[in-house]
Design a protein around this ligand. Sequence first.
Ligand code: GA4
Length: 314
Amino acid sequence: MATSSGTPLGSKNLPTIDLRDHRSNVSKSIVEACDQFGFFKVINHGVPKDIIEKVQQEGFSFFAKPTFVKQQADQASPANPLGYGHKNIGALGDKGELEYLLLSTHPSYIAEKSITISDDPSRFSSAVNRYIQAVRDLTCELLELIAEGLYVKDKSVFSGLIRDVESDSLLRLNYYLPTSKDDGIGFGEHSDPQLLSILTSNNVAGLQILVEKDAWISVPADPNAFWVIVGDMLQALTNGRFVSVRHRVLTNTSKPRISMVYFGAPSLQASISAPPELLRPIGHSLYRTFTWKAYKEKLYSQGLAATRLDGFKK
Ligand code: GA4
């Protein structure tokens, strides 16, 4: 992909959205960013720094523990993807140079699991719950801006799916230790299945997005910003106008990287179909109506790199 001036795309071309700008400009720029990249950076997002730093601190403390202690937390396995994982991703044997904690965002789940994750469960659950609330609000705000920018009448058509108390949203803490060589695969190429993923990390780079076949752009680290990733569900809900962005994480030889990713998902029963305004440009729906539960079943029956939405085309 090249810019209009013909120069190849680099990280400086990645779109930045300032949430303090005028609302109508913001919604327009977000839609442009989603159209072009399925990816953008958000600054002045309003999530307090201490909320971000506290969860990051909890992550560093957990990953610094000896393996046998980390193994006392739930172990992510083919039968249950939630919990602590090391090098294995998902049910089908995908490997990555990372450790992670994958958590449901339900407060009752966090309360129960914090006992096995932290020496101070109430500090852990309060840090994580505050973070989840703040990033959920940010995600809903972005989804409402997207609905506005797409001229969809019901502004909460996307955000309502995430606000649902039964929402299947997740929080993932990924920890990448320095490896013996640069550019190993920390987390292999994939798209995120949910609507939007909201990612921040410590001041260490590693994330890359794919802009066209084999053209990866390295995303610079910025601990004061969030990176926003369009997922498969938003692709379906926009009737293919936005495309979920493929991304991956590379390792480095010098510094540990920690990232925190909130995946905004619908409830299992939610039915996924684009609002009528977004069917108009093509005249029909590209995808059949399906539930998030049906999509999740497909998800776990395929590998990390699969292009899953194709199986839901009409
Ligand atoms: C990728 C995005 C999220 O990290 C995740 C991952 C999930 C998992 O780790 O359990 C999956 C992966 C992700 C897509 C394909 C399947 C499921 C691992 C895997 C091989 C939590 C998600 O929702 O989908």
